[in-house]
Write a protein that binds this ligand. Structure first.
Ligand code: F6R
Ligand code: MG
Ligand code: MG
Length: 381
C-alpha cells in the first residue's frame, strides 16, 4: 500500500502578536481534520504548533497534491480563522490569501510538504517545523544530513547510503528546478544552495533506489502575494534509519546553530534555535527563530507519536550558543548584517519608506559645479 504523508501549515492568527497560537483555534483545526479521519478520508492526523503557526500532519492514500486532502486542510484553516477573527487574534487568516479554494492549496498561502512511499516494516519520520524564518533555513541541515560524512557517518558506513543522495533544488524566483547528484556534484549543489535568498532544496532522493528521503515546503508568500506578508515559516519531512540517516544524524546539524533569515519583521538574520514544543514561543525581538522536531513511527499509516526530539539536554548548549549569537547580532541594531541585505528588504515594507525620499536625491558633483559657476560669475562681476 502506498502511503502519503502530508504536512500543511499556515499562520491564521497570532496570540499575542506573532508569538504563539491560541488553544481554541488549534482545537478547532484539530476537530475539523479529526472528523475527516472518522469519515475515512484520512488514515490519521495530528496537529503541531510552532510560534504563531499551525501544521496539520495527515496520513492517507490519496497521493500528493490531492484535492480532497488539500481541501480538508483549507477548510480546517478557514474554520480556525473564524475563531481567530472572533477572538480578534493578530493577523487572523493572514496566510489564506484568497476566499476560494481552487483544488490545490499551493499558491494560496499555506506551506505544503508531502511525500508518498511504501511504508517500511518500521517507518520512523521526523517533521521539522520552524517559525520566524524561511524555507531556505533547511538548505544547510539537509546538506549536512544527506551529503556531509562529517555529520552523517552512515554515508560512509551504510551500503544503502554510500551511493549518496540526489537533491532537487528550486529557484524560487523562476520556479525552475534542477537535480544534483551527490557526492559527484556536491560542489555544484553548494554553489547554488549557499544562496539562501534564491535557491531552496525541495526534495532529496536516495541514489541506491530512488526512494524519497526528505521533502520541504518551499512557498514564498511574499512572491505569491506580491507584498510582505510575514516569513514563510517552513515545514520539512525527513525519513530516518535503515538506509536513511539515523534519527541522531538527522538532528545533529541543529546541535550547532547557524544563522537564518527571518526574525523581527522578516527582515533580520538570526540564529535558528532548536527548542522543545513547550518553548516554541518566540518573543524576544519576535524571535529568535525557532525549530521543533516531531518524531513519529508510522504503523499502517497511523501516526504513533509525536515525540518531542529537541526536548533533550544535549541541545541545551545549542540553545545557549543561539542566545549568544542573538546578543551579538542584536548589537548591530538596524545595521546590516543583522538587517537583511537591500535585495531581500525589497520584500518588506522598507521600500515604502525609501520611496518617500526618492525625489530628494541630487547629484552632488553637479551641485558643486553649479556652485563653482555661481562663484566664478560673482568674481567676474
Ligand atoms: C516576523 C513577524 C513579526 C512582524 C512584526 C511586525 O515574521 O511576523 O516580526 O513582522 O511583529 O508586525 P506588524 O507589522 O503586523 O505590526
Ligand atoms: Mg504571524
Ligand atoms: Mg509564523
Amino acid at each position: 500500500m502506498k502511503l502519503t504523508l502530508s504536512v500543511i501549515k499556515a499562520d491564521i492568527g497570532g496570540y499575542v502578536g506573532h508569538s504563539d497560537t491560541h488553544p481554541e483555534v488549534v482545537q478547532t483545526v484539530k476537530d475539523v481534520v479529526g472528523s475527516e479521519v472518522e469519515k475515512g478520508n484520512l488514515i490519521d492526523c495530528g496537529i503541531l504548533t510552532c510560534g504563531d503557526d499551525i501544521a496539520i500532519v495527515m496520513t492517507h492514500t490519496h497521493g500528493v497534491d490531492s484535492e480532497l486532502v488539500h481541501g480538508i486542510a483549507w477548510r480546517a484553516f478557514e474554520k480556525g480563522t473564524e475563531v481567530a477573527k472572533k477572538l480578534k487574534l493578530y493577523g487572523a487568516g493572514q496566510d489564506l490569501l484568497t476566499d476560494a479554494f481552487s483544488g490545490n492549496i499551493k499558491g494560496l498561502g499555506p506551506g505544503v510538504a508531502e511525500m508518498e512511499f511504501e511504508e517500511r516494516p518500521s517507518e520512523p519520520v521526523i517533521v521539522f517545523f520552524a517559525d520566524k524564518t524561511s524555507p531556505s533555513a533547511w538548505n544547510l541541515p539537509l546538506y549536512e544530513m544527506f551529503a556531509d560524512p562529517m555529520n552523517t557517518a552512515g554515508l560512509v558506513i551504510d551500503p544503502k547510503m554510500h551511493d549518496g543522495y540526489t537533491f532537487e533544488v528550486l529557484d524560487v524566483y523562476t520556479g525552475k528546478a534542477v537535480k544534483l547528484n551527490t557526492p559527484a556534484e556536491l560542489y555544484d549543489l553548494l554553489a547554488l544552495i549557499g544562496s539562501v535568498g534564491k535557491y531552496v532544496v525541495k526534495n532529496v532522493y536516495r541514489n541506491y533506489d530512488g526512494e524519497i528521503a526528505a521533502t520541504a515546503s518551499t512557498q514564498r508568500l511574499s512572491l505569491m502575494a506580491g507584498q510582505y506578508v510575514g516569513k514563510d515559516d517552513p515545514v520539512m519531512i525527513v525519513r530516518a534509519q535503515s538506509g536513511f540517516p539515523a534519527v541522531g544524524e538527522i538532528l545533529e546539524p541543529f546541535a550547532r546553530p547557524w544563522i537564518v533569515e527571518g526574525w523581527m519583521r522578516g527582515s533580520h538574520n538570526g540564529p535558528l534555535m532548536p527548542v522543545s514544543f513547550e518553548d516554541a514561543r518566540p518573543s524576544r525581538f519576535d524571535g529568535p527563530p525557532r525549530v521543533i522536531a516531531a518524531g513519529y513511527q508510522l504503523s499502517e499509516g497511523k501516526l504513533i507519536g509525536p515525540t518531542d526530539l529537541f526536548r533533550d539536554p544535549a541541545f541545551d548548549k545549542a540553545r545557549m550558543a543561539a542566545q549568544d549569537m542573538a546578543d551579538i547580532l542584536r548589537r548591530q541594531g538596524i545595521f546590516e548584517p543583522h538587517r537583511l541585505p537591500a535585495e531581500e528588504m525589497e520584500y518588506t515594507t522598507l521600500p515604502k519608506i525609501l520611496k518617500k525620499l526618492e525625489g530628494r536625491f541630487y547629484d552632488i558633483e553637479e551641485q558643486r559645479l553649479e556652485k563653482d559657476q555661481v562663484m566664478e560669475k560673482e568674481d567676474m562681476d
